[in-house]
Design a protein around this ligand. Structure first.
Ligand SMILES: NC(=O)c1ccc[n+]([C@@H]2O[C@H](COP(=O)([O-])OP(=O)(O)OC[C@H]3O[C@@H](n4cnc5c(N)ncnc54)[C@H](OP(=O)(O)O)[C@@H]3O)[C@@H](O)[C@H]2O)c1
Length: 334
């Protein structure tokens, strides 16, 4: 059936109103919750399931979908699948969408298929546009710093992509605070300011709190934490063991079951108690905890089911934490 987006998706008075936050000092606003297609949208996944996830997201005001050249498996298939759904469902809504892609990790064989050379970034962006059937992406990222390519070259390639009309904005991901400071400086000089940084950041992964967030705040660059639920650990799903349909049960996945230690479960149980007292699920509290910081533009979640997405969206109803709650959470996390 033809998809017609929910006419109330931007209704600020609705019970489920999305919040839009300005991305750093830029003119671009992002939804407080964005959806990533790293898992669950590849060639191994079920078309009707991920199509419903994308539709439900947009119907609830999620205007930002995040991809990368290598998302799948197999690599490239998430962009291809997104392209198919884009054409079927979202074509009339292109100007309401912020679509991002990235290059940095291994994508094709030979010396030009990964890292940060101009050769790789520009050809990879061309490939991503073809796979998705797009004329341009809204944001193009350098997916990781490359110790063997001059930063000027990598940032110069991002700047060229904007000048060629293939990307509207650029971002960096997985860059340390020191590397970010240098990258931001180069991009500013080139006249293509960095829009956004995408770090791994959650209650269980807090490196970006040391220096990065301060830098981004001062420089007016947005921040979109990825894996804000620590790939599902910060939900109630692992409290009673490893469900067979979970990411930790996937062979050779990015969430090895060895990470789910008794000590971690103890922490999660304690966090879950606070979440329940707040009238939230653990997932909702974990997302709200990140969004309490206004330097966080959006949290970049994943979902393997529509029900998970709907659960996560509810975090917007309570993003306030008392000093007492914050203190108790710190006590558990340290
Ligand atoms: N820049 C980078 O290097 C980088 C790296 C990684 C990710 N990312 C981006 O960040 C996005 C999100 O990453 P992520 O998928 O790791 O995020 P996440 O939100 O931390 O984890 C998502 C996973 O948690 C589980 N889940 C989500 N909501 C749930 C709920 N309410 N209840 C129970 N379980 C729930 C699902 O896993 P199950 O399969 O177990 O159901 C889901 O696939 C990616 O799609 C990608 O766009 C970027």
């Amino acid at each position: 059936m033809t998809y017609l987006a929910n006419p109330a998706r931007y209704d600020a008075t609705s019970d489920h109103a999305m919040e839009y936050r300005r991305c750093g000092n830029s003119g671009l606003k992002l939804p407080a919750i964005s959806l990533g297609l790293w898992h669950n949208f590849g060639g191994v996944d079920v078309f009707e399931n991920y199509r419903q996830i994308l539709r439900t997201a947009f119907d609830h005001g999620i205007t930002h979908f995040d991809l990368a050249n290598n998302y799948g498996p197999p690599p490239g298939s998430a962009e291809e699948n997104f392209g198919i759904i884009f054409k079927k469902d979202f074509l009339p809504y292109r100007d309401e969408l912020v679509i991002s892609s990235k290059a940095g990790y291994l994508m094709w064989a030979g010396p030009y298929g990964e890292w940060g050379s101009r050769k790789y970034l520009i050809s990879s962006c061309d490939q991503s546009l073809k796979r998705m059937g797009l004329d341009y992406v809204d944001i193009f990222y350098s997916h990781r710093p490359d110790p063997n390519t001059p930063l000027e070259e990598t940032m110069g390639a991002l700047d060229s992509l904007v000048r060629q009309g293939k990307a509207l904005y650029v971002g960096i991901s997985n860059y340390s605070a020191t590397e970010s400071a240098k990258a931001l400086e180069i991009l500013k000089r080139l006249g293509t300011p960095c829009l956004i940084h995408q770090p791994k950041y959650s209650m269980l992964e807090r490196w970006s709190e040391k220096k990065l967030l301060d830098l981004l705040g001062i420089e007016g660059v947005g921040c979109i934490p990825f894996s804000p639920l620590a790939q599902g650990l910060l939900t109630n799903k692992y409290l009673k063991g490893i469900p067979s349909d979970s990411r930790a049960a996937i062979p050779n996945g990015f969430l090895p079951p060895s990470q789910i230690t008794p000590e971690l479960i103890q922490k999660l149980e304690k966090l879950n108690v606070i979440a329940l007292e707040r009238g939230q699920t653990l997932a909702q509290m974990a997302l709200a905890w990140l969004l309490k910081d206004q330097r966080v533009t959006s949290v970049l979640i994943g979902a393997s089911k529509v029900s998970q997405l709907l659960d996560s969206l509810e975090c917007l109803k309570n993003k306030n934490f008392s000093e007492e709650e914050l203190g108790r959470i710190e006590g558990i996390l340290e």
